[in-house]
Design a protein around this ligand. Structure first.
Ligand SMILES: *[C@@H]1O[C@H](CO)[C@@H](O)[C@H](O)[C@H]1NC(C)=O
Ligand SMILES: *[C@@H]1O[C@H](CO)[C@@H](O)[C@H](O)[C@H]1NC(C)=O
Length: 413
């Protein structure tokens, strides 16, 4: 009986381990259930390109989706996407921070900009290596009150992540967090230390062309995004201004939306009401007509540049943050901006106050610890002194006793 069990165990192990290995290598096109046609766009991409955007929209993964979502559906899916991503990364101990349009959304109301159709985050090179080593193709199932039907999210790491060079233009995205139901995803890029940067030490480069001085990024600030704990670069304001120009931080009419100061929400502007606005661009022929569509101009630009194989967000009129000014002692990111909407300023102040409070607490704790240490050292010294004294006294007493013994010979008897 026992022998049988022992003999069959290796066989069981073999079967159990064979399944995941096979699964890992499976082409997702062959395991999809819902679709009849390859929408992955893989056919038209160069062989060296790892991630394939769908043929109907560059922000959908064609292995999992064959159509665009409507405005509301997409907003909800993107919100769930970033929440599950942030929660998962926190769970597995990967430090990640918001960038680009996602950071701009955070600036306004701690939410995704409703006209965006993807999210952008960054992480360090060691974090990316960790993801690649332990979590590539891992699927995380989330069933929450906000995702009552349950959804699978997958981490996929580009094998070209080991190539640090910006010349690898087809693989500027290092990893993705993919919603396997809608096909929407988060682009994850690595901020690598650039050892040959002309600006010297401390420069971070991404393969998509974005560059940052590390003191602008670290220490990261703790905050919330879409109601979930998140991190943002230290000098988020300068980073946003360099990437989008200062106006993007104060302009309340943008991409056919108006920012409602009371609700702290971007509200879609109904077409034709605002006659000063130029008419929206014609939709691409392939796109299906959607009732409530608010596709941004910016995104179309990005699409074209991506199709040309150029890095996203690196259009000539918007250079990435190259030569940044040297970090000043008192970063303007810490100062209130008179042009900012009141509510945003208040929210910011709250974050800064919390940060200052935490710093003060840490300082206090450190002082306390030092005091304790000093006292412990003094106590130990006093104890040692006392011990020595006692020893000396004991020795003296012994000597004295011995002397007395010698002087007084033992009585006979
Ligand atoms: C992640 O897994 C996929 C599928 O097996 C594979 O094609 C890709 O090369 C892997 N990435 C890394 C970084 O190993
Ligand atoms: C380092 O920075 C230079 C200047 O921006 C850039 O040309 C080069 O590609 C960067 N190297 C890496 C590894 O990112």
């Amino acid at each position: 009986m026992r022998l049988t069990w022992l003999l069959s165990l290796p066989a069981v192990l073999f079967v159990a381990s064979a399944v995941p290995i096979e699964k890992r290598d499976a082409d997702f096109l062959s395991v999809r259930t819902k679709m009849h046609k390859d929408m992955s766009g893989k056919g038209g991409d160069p062989k060296e390109k790892y991630f394939h955007e769908s043929i109907f929209h560059p922000h959908y993964d064609g292995r999992f989706a064959d159509h665009e979502l409507g405005y509301r559906e997409r907003k909800q899916a993107l919100s769930n996407l970033i929440q599950t991503y942030l929660a998962t990364m926190a769970d597995i101990g990967v430090e990640t921070w918001l960038v680009h349009g996602t950071l701009l959304g955070w600036w306004w109301n701690r939410k995704i900009l409703p006209w965006d159709s993807d999210s952008d985050v960054q992480m360090s090179e060691s974090s990316m290596h960790y993801l690649a080593s332990y979590y590539n193709m891992s699927v995380f199932h989330y069933k929450t009150p906000r995702i009552p039907d349950g959804r699978d999210y997958m981490i996929e790491v580009n094998p070209h992540y080991v190539n640090r060079e910006q010349t690898d233009k087809l693989n500027v995205i290092d990893a993705r967090w993919v919603d396997t139901t809608s096909g929407l995803f988060i682009d994850i890029t690595t901020a690598r230390y650039n050892w040959t940067h002309p600006a010297g030490e401390g420069m971070l480069s991404c393969k998509d062309g974005h560059e940052y001085r590390d003191t602008y990024v670290f220490p990261l600030r703790d905050t919330f995004f879409e109601g979930t704990p998140a991190k943002i670069p230290f000098a988020y304001k300068e980073i946003l201004e360099a990437e989008y120009h200062a106006k993007a931080l104060t302009l309340t009419d943008f991409e056919h939306h108006h920012f409602d100061q009371d609700k702290l929400e971007w509200i879609p502007v109904v077409k034709n009401v605002d006659s000063k606005k130029p008419p929206p661009k014609k939709e691409e022929p392939k796109k299906k007509a959607q009732p409530k569509k608010a596709e941004p101009k910016k995104e179309e630009k990005k699409t074209q540049s991506q199709q040309k194989g150029q890095p996203a967000g690196a259009s000539p009129e918007k250079p990435p943050i190259t030569k940044q000014p040297k970090q000043e002692q008192n970063s303007p990111a810490n100062k209130p901006d008179p042009n900012r909407p009141n509510e945003q300023q208040k929210a910011d102040e709250k974050i800064l106050t919390a940060q200052a409070k935490r710093e003060a607490e840490v300082k206090k704790a450190e002082e306390k610890r030092r005091e304790k240490e000093q006292k412990a050292i003094k106590d130990a010294e006093a104890k040692e002194q006392k011990r020595k004294q006692e020893e000396e006294q004991a020795a003296a007493a012994k000597k004295k006793a011995a002397g007395e013994q010698k002087a007084e010979p033992p009585k006979a008897g």
